[in-house]
Write a protein that binds this ligand. Sequence first.
Ligand code: GDP
Length: 297
Amino acid sequence: MAFEGLADRLQNTIQRIKGKGKVTEQDVKEMTREVRLALLEADVNFKVVKDFVARVKERAIGQEVMESLTPGQQVIKVVKEELTALMGGEQSKIAVADRPPTIIMMVGLQGAGKTTTTGKLANLLRKKYNRNPMLVAADVYRPAAINQLETLGKQLSMPVFSLGTDRDPVDIANQAIEKAKADHNDYVIIDTAGRLHVDGDLMQELKQIKTDVAPDEIFLVVDAMTGQDAVNVAESFNEQLELTGVILTKLDGDTRGGAALSIKAVTEKPIKFAGMGEKLDELEVFHPERMASRILG
Ligand code: GDP
């Protein structure tokens, strides 16, 4: 499970301050030093750590703690609130178009889990929100991706729109949307092409699709295991496409969790969902507060 190391270290640190009837500036300094090290070790972006620690320190030696009857616990409350804010604060909602279908564009590098997550998201939309999605195979460079999506569609008993590999993805997307309207599918989830690295041609193609179909959501699927790289990838996709949200995958692995803690701060885009395994029902709505509680114990 992600965040294990971070959770261990932070829980140790806060345990020590928790019972204190009086919290001195020295206590706060020691605690924030530990918090800083724990976050850096968890691979959280350096600048994000610096700002985070500064905010915690300012609040922890401020009035709200000093005047509290239980200062030790108050400090922990501050850490928890700031950790929650770091991951986005409120849980974010998924868009609903005024006139259906709501169009979701899935983007990301190859191997991040984009195709699998397209299936998982469709499953979640049906189960949790009672929606009736259509999947669209617009990754025309990788025939295997089309087959993979069709297999997922079969498992889910959901329609998959595909025109094979020799068509323009923009055409595919447009035709899929028409079909979804006719068939009363209220969500259209477009699985776009990935590459091994961020590249200009790919971005051009994605921008073209975006301009043409005007999606309600553009979700970047990123592999949480890639740590700082996930943050860099998110930054470049966001610059080019103005994402509406991020889906972190593989949070079930022994990732150190840094990506989850840096992406919102760096891109200003919320993490909307988290992949917790390979199975189709292993996608969760991302709750910053619950995640912060999980980390702080
Ligand atoms: P794509 O190239 O981005 O479309 O990636 P795929 O959807 O083909 O996924 C790549 C691999 O990651 C597959 O083996 C998936 O089963 C796996 N995968 C995707 N999401 C998760 C996740 O949340 N947890 C785990 N453990 N594996 C995942």
